[in-house]
Design a binder for this molecule. Structure first.
Ligand SMILES: [Ca+2]
Ligand SMILES: [Ca+2]
Length: 304
């Protein structure tokens, strides 16, 4: 038979277990982390990608030494040398700052040593740009920090966390600002499209947020949804010449473009972008002729 004292003991034990993680967190100092971030996680040939290294969760410690290194895959990226920037303000003492890109060693490095009040607060430490080069597409590449050292002003090493981010290289056109994926050919099945992005687990959804079957065509106005760097990303799809969103180019698209030109029914948003075949920011007779030639099998539209 359980006694009253026994019951109290059980309750105290459970409460202790429940509270333990909270007490632990509150008692500990804010943890430090060195983080690498990118301004875009999707890129194509010729794009510039900003890489920023930040110091986060800074507490009362004076950071005296920071050393960080980022290996670069030179088959995919080239470092824009002029873009390498130091974001730390020096105040007193004689800081020794080295930063740069060792040619041939495939890494961007940063080293900052000063025993007098080096870093008073967290924030961006250094940044640089990578240009996407090379022919490889459908590649998911990690950008990570290697050999990071963080020490206080007495040169004692500090404990910290690090993260890793990934970037995906594709040959579709990407607009990160507009969340737009374009340069997609007509008659592309969902199966073919997702296979061309095999390094990402892509799901195609229609404008009603329903998953589109594998054998159906990818159409203008659908969305590609995938997870990258812990975020759900959604990119609007633009199939060049497909003004009505069925993924084909036929007489229906021709009628839609004609209605637009005659001011009967204006094409808007992504449908406007798809009908602007030559990508000059307007829909006119040139786009109409291009779609007509495709419908008549005279000259097929090549997405640009
Ligand atoms: Ca169409
Ligand atoms: Ca045009």
């Amino acid at each position: 038979m359980r006694t009253k004292a026994g019951n109290v003991f059980v309750v105290v034990l459970i409460v202790s277990i429940l509270l333990f993680p909270l007490c632990e967190t509150n008692a500990g100092e804010e943890s430090l982390s060195v983080s690498v971030s990118l301004n875009k996680s999707l890129a194509s040939y010729g794009d510039l990608v900003d890489v920023t290294v930040s110091l986060l969760g800074y507490s009362s410690n004076n950071i005296g030494v920071i050393e960080a290194c980022i290996p670069i895959d030179t088959s995919l990226f080239s470092v824009v040398e002029d873009s390498i920037q130091n974001h730390l303000q020096t105040e007193e003492g004689t800081p020794i700052i080295t930063m740069g890109h060792r040619k041939g060693s495939s890494e961007v490095y940063y080293s900052y040593v000063d025993v007098v009040k080096l870093v008073e607060k967290g924030g961006e430490v250094f940044s640089f740009q990578l240009e996407v080069i090379g022919e490889d597409v459908d590649v998911l590449k990690e950008i990570y920090l290697s050999s990071v050292i963080l020490a206080d002003k007495d040169f004692n090493n500090l404990e910290f966390d690090m993260n890793t981010v990934s970037i995906y290289i594709t040959d579709y056109n990407i607009s990160v600002e507009d969340r737009l994926l374009s340069k997609i050919h007509k008659d592309t099945t969902v199966k073919d499209f997702t296979e061309s992005l095999s390094a990402l687990n892509v799901e195609i959804i229609d404008k009603n947020d329903k998953r589109v079957d594998e054998e159906e065509y990818v159409g203008t106005g659908m969305k590609a949804r995938f997870e990258l760097n812990g975020e759900i990303n959604e990119y609007l799809i633009c199939v060049t010449g497909d003004a009505n969103g069925d993924g084909e180019i036929n007489v229906t698209d021709l009628i839609a473009v004609r209605a637009h030109l005659l001011n009967k029914k204006k094409l808007e948003g992504i449908y406007f972008t798809a009908a602007d075949v030559n990508n000059n920011g307007e829909i006119n007779i040139t786009d109409y002729i291009a779609i007509n030639a495709d419908v008549l099998n005279k000259k097929y539209i090549v997405p640009n």
